[in-house]
Design a protein around this ligand. Structure first.
Ligand code: UN1
Length: 499
């Protein structure tokens, strides 16, 4: 039924407001729940990037002159259209990504929220005024658009993350060249159509489908793309950072996490178990914010394990289009192989496997990629399963003896995206929010569920100090310009010391 929502068999690039067919290679997009091919996505060459940049550069000149509140009106329209099509978008999202429908609806809602939030910025885009050193002189700092920006977005949140990046870029007066993940191109196709219908001038957003090696690389090296905003793997992000460093190109990176829930000895254990279940196994653990470590006070370790095992037993796993299912499939074979590799590593390292640890292959699971929710216990801080991102429904319990050890364990990984603590001790709450070295901290809630009007991103190996979403995203897509207006009518030379 959902397949019927699709009106194309092979996607085309969206360049300068036109759907441009790509000659040459395509790759199939597969439904991760069933293994069926949904449609074909083209693998564009570098020339397509060039065409998109030329169109964007041209369009941006005009777009930047449109008053920001008017630019924002188009974003409101985008938000209304997304709202009207929420169910369609959610179903197509489940089709290409696999996440269960209620999560798909939640993700589309994140995009809608981002549209209205960023549209509001069209009437703010606040700068600063500052007293000038000299008489009859006015000083201000304003946000200026940068030009053409390049967005490289992942398959795990194909519409929400695209909105976190494209909406602030657009409202600030930039033009966009966007490479969506080849696993999930339908959300890009749908969003491009929405931009068009909302009245976005042609060339302001351009979509180029293809591989990171060709399209992504061409974007990173294109002299007229002034910013790259990337969400994806640590390895790719580090390569992009190195290349952008050489080109002196501004780059914003979000490269995952090894997020932990800390459970203290005074915590509400039922609440903690529930928080862990949904942040570890929701979206099959395929979130940058997914909980993949539980740092538990040894006094409550066994009680927590019992609760987790009971809850895990009840999880409904399967095709996300079935409304009863709570945990959907793994994106593809490569994702599955990576998870399996970490199960072997965990066992070899001596962590104790309490539940799961295997692929589901029988009956309804036969053609898709499903993995049983997995719980390791007695992991130690030095193990790879306690250090490296797995991106699957696998969580490892690490017992600790104190609050201080819990914080230290949390901070022992290269990543710093999200963390959480369950405790009823108000002093520990405030100490933890100060000492947890992550960009996002939760108290008495799991590690997922960041809201779009707050900054999203992390410390250390998660990124490079920039943030998606929130008003902070505007810092990625604007330059600060210092403007001095001398209204004295004479030349006042600054920084002349006559005394
Ligand atoms: C991601 O996994 O990259 O905070 C994004 C969350 C969601 C977004 C996750 N709002 O879990």
């Amino acid at each position: 039924m959902t397949q019927a929502l699709l009106d194309v068999k092979t996607l085309a690039n969206y360049i300068n407001g036109e759907w441009v067919d790509v000659e040459g290679k395509t790759v199939p997009v597969k439904n991760p729940a069933t293994g069926e091919t949904i449609l074909e996505v083209p693998l564009s060459d570098r020339k397509a990037v060039d065409q998109a940049v030329t169109a964007a550069k041209q369009a941006q000149k005009e777009w930047a002159l449109v008053p920001a509140p008017k630019r924002a009106e188009i974003l409101y329209e985008v938000g209304y259209l997304m709202k009207k099509r929420k169910e369609r978008l959610a179903r197509l999202l489940t089709l290409e990504n696999g996440k269960v429908l209620e999560e798909a609806r939640g993700e589309v809602q994140e995009g809608i929220d981002m549209a209205f939030y960023m549209a509001g910025e069209g009437r703010r885009l606040f700068g600063q005024t500052t007293p000038a050193e000299l008489q009859n002189k006015f000083a201000m700092s304003v946000r200026a658009p940068i030009g053409v920006v390049g967005l490289i977005t992942p398959w795990n949140f194909p519409i929400a993350i695209a909105t976190w990046k494209s909406f602030p870029a657009i409202v600030a007066g930039n033009a966009v060249v966007w490479k969506p993940a080849t696993e999930t191109p339908i959300m890009a196709y749908e969003l491009a159509k929405i931009f068009e219908e909302a009245g976005l001038p042609k060339g302001v957003v351009n979509v180029v489908f293809g591989s990171g090696g060709t399209v992504g690389d061409a974007m990173v090296h294109h002299k007229d793309i002034r910013v790259i905003s990337f969400t994806g793997s640590n390895e790719t992000g580090r390569n992009i950072a190195a290349e952008c460093g050489r080109e002196l190109k501004k780059v914003s990176l979000e490269m995952g996490g090894k997020n932990a829930v800390i459970v203290m000895d005074d915590a509400d254990l039922d609440l903690a178990a529930e928080g862990i279940i949904w942040s570890a196994f929701g979206t099959s653990g395929q979130r940058c914010t997914a909980c993949s470590r539980v740092i538990v006070h040894e006094a409550v370790k066994e009680k927590l394990e019992e609760r987790l095992l009971v809850a895990m037993e009840k999880l409904m796993i399967g095709d996300g289009t079935n409304e009863d299912n709570q945990v959907g499939p793994i994106i593809n074979k490569a994702g599955m192989e990576k998870i399996k590799k970490y199960i072997d590593i965990g066992k070899e390292e001596g962590a104790k496997l309490l539940a799961g640890g295997y692929e589901l292959t029988d009956g309804e699971y036969k053609n898709g990629h499903y993995f049983a929710p997995t719980l390791f216990t007695d992991a130690t801080i030095d193990m790879r399963i306690a250090q490296e991102e797995i991106f699957g429904p696998v969580v490892s319990l690490i017992p600790v003896k104190s609050f201080e050890e819990a914080i230290e364990t949390n901070n022992s990984v290269i990543y710093g995206l999200s963390s959480s603590i369950f405790t009823n001790d108000v002093n520990r709450v405030f100490q933890a929010q100060r000492d947890l070295d992550t960009g996002i901290v939760y108290v008495n809630a799991g590690t997922t569920g960041a809201e779009i009007h707050l900054p999203f991103g992390g410390t250390k190996g998660t990124g490079n100090g920039h943030r998606d979403s929130g008003v902070q995203a505007l810092d990625v897509f604007t330059e600060w310009k210092a403007v001095y207006v001398d209204y004295s009518g004479k030349l006042q030379r600054a920084q002349i010391d006559t005394e």
